[in-house]
Design a protein around this ligand. Structure first.
Ligand SMILES: [Fe+2]
Length: 199
């Protein structure tokens, strides 16, 4: 089934994000990934499996880009969905999990912000089912990631996510991200995978 653009574009003005920054990111880049994913899947339907080859084959290249583009779509959807809030400290289940697994909210925030400077693509707070704990994971490219972990909070740190508003001042963009986190969305994700019940 064809992938469609999800209705997760932040509504109204966000503190520290210009409409142009959001429009370019959502309407051009994110929608472009959705369109390309549909194009890849259509071509996969016609790929010649008998020509599969690990050095080069159309099938191999399509499958590589399927992973890259699927992750690009999913991470952008999670990112846009988890901004548009009022930031501040979280409450509810996610607050309890952060305190349990990072010691305190402040320790978690310090690590997440530092990863925002260190990463080339994404910073992801995730619940890893292998040890049933929260982790802040770094991803340099859409297709980097840890399997069997549930995404809870996503920050895009590709230059395209902030360069219109901040140029090279990435830390100022990270400040803006933190002012706009929607912790209600994060708590919905926690409850969706029933992480609290697994403790
Ligand atoms: Fe992005």
């Amino acid at each position: 089934m064809a992938h469609t653009v999800k209705n997760v574009k932040p509504k109204g003005e966000l503190s520290g994000f210009s409409p142009k920054q959001i429009d370019e990111h959502f309407d051009v880049l994110y929608k472009g990934y959705v369109n390309k994913l549909n194009e890849i899947e259509a071509k996969l339907g016609e790929a010649d499996l008998s020509q599969a080859n690990a050095t080069y084959s159309q099938f191999r290249e399509l499958k590589r880009e399927e992973v890259f583009t699927t992750q690009a779509v999913r991470l952008h959807e999670a990112f846009f969905e988890n901004i548009g809030g009022t930031g501040g400290k979280p409450t509810g289940a996610i607050a309890d999990l952060i305190a349990r697994d990072f010691g305190s909210y402040e320790k978690w925030e310090a690590e997440f912000r530092a990863l925002g400077v260190a990463a080339r693509g994404w910073v992801v707070l995730a619940f890893d089912w292998a040890d049933r704990k929260l982790h802040n994971y770094l991803s340099d490219i859409h297709s980097d990631g840890v399997w069997d972990a549930s995404v809870l909070l996503v920050m895009d740190v590709y230059e395209h996510s902030y360069f219109i508003d901040y140029g090279t001042a990435r830390k100022a963009y990270i400040d803006a991200f933190f002012r706009n986190i929607n912790w209600d969305v994060v708590n919905e994700r926690v409850s969706r995978v029933q992480i609290a019940a697994q403790r």
